[in-house]
Design a protein around this ligand. Sequence first.
Ligand code: GAR
Length: 202
Amino acid sequence: MAGRIVVLISGSGSNMAALAEACRRGDVPGEVVAVFADRACEGISRAEGLGIDAHVLVFKDYASREDWSEALRDQVLKYEPDLVVSAGFMRIVSPVFVDAFPNRIINLHPALLPSFAGPHGVRDALEHGAKVTGTTVHIVDYEVDHGPILLQAAVPIEKDDDEASLHERIKEREHRLLPLACRLMLEGRVRVEGHKTLIEEA
Ligand code: GAR
């Protein structure tokens, strides 16, 4: 049976769309059953165009991060997800959300963690003068951009790169890395031991 995937987004949703397409092709044994955003964004109309249930829970409409996280948790739980994927979701969720999906939330970050954590991973790597950056998929714990690393891919920084050109190349890489991470998770091949993940060979 196809694993049920819920995707959290805040932006263009290109990774969500790449994941939905990988599921459709049969590269991932799952289905994107719903998309949630914390703001109106391009990714929501993209999800609707793909025939996926899409919801916006505007962060500022709630009295606190806790209230918003609880509302998001309750809405996501209705979809009974096997996997929750944060793909360009630019909000920090409270532990009440994380606790509802233990070791079943993964986050995509546009840098090689633990370098350049935080909301400006691409810009920070560029400004630091790094020669290589990349992308990370990790399991979500209570700390931002911190949980056990599942997969990483390197992307060289070219000398005439700006934030947009570099981010575009990182995203191209992410569009393949994220589906692979979802496949490993849904096939039950990922074991978490402390801060490490162990991936079972196929
Ligand atoms: C992706 O590059 C993802 O790694 C990044 O946002 C982009 C979303 O693109 N995530 C973060 O910066 C999280 N801190 P998309 O909306 O086109 O999938």
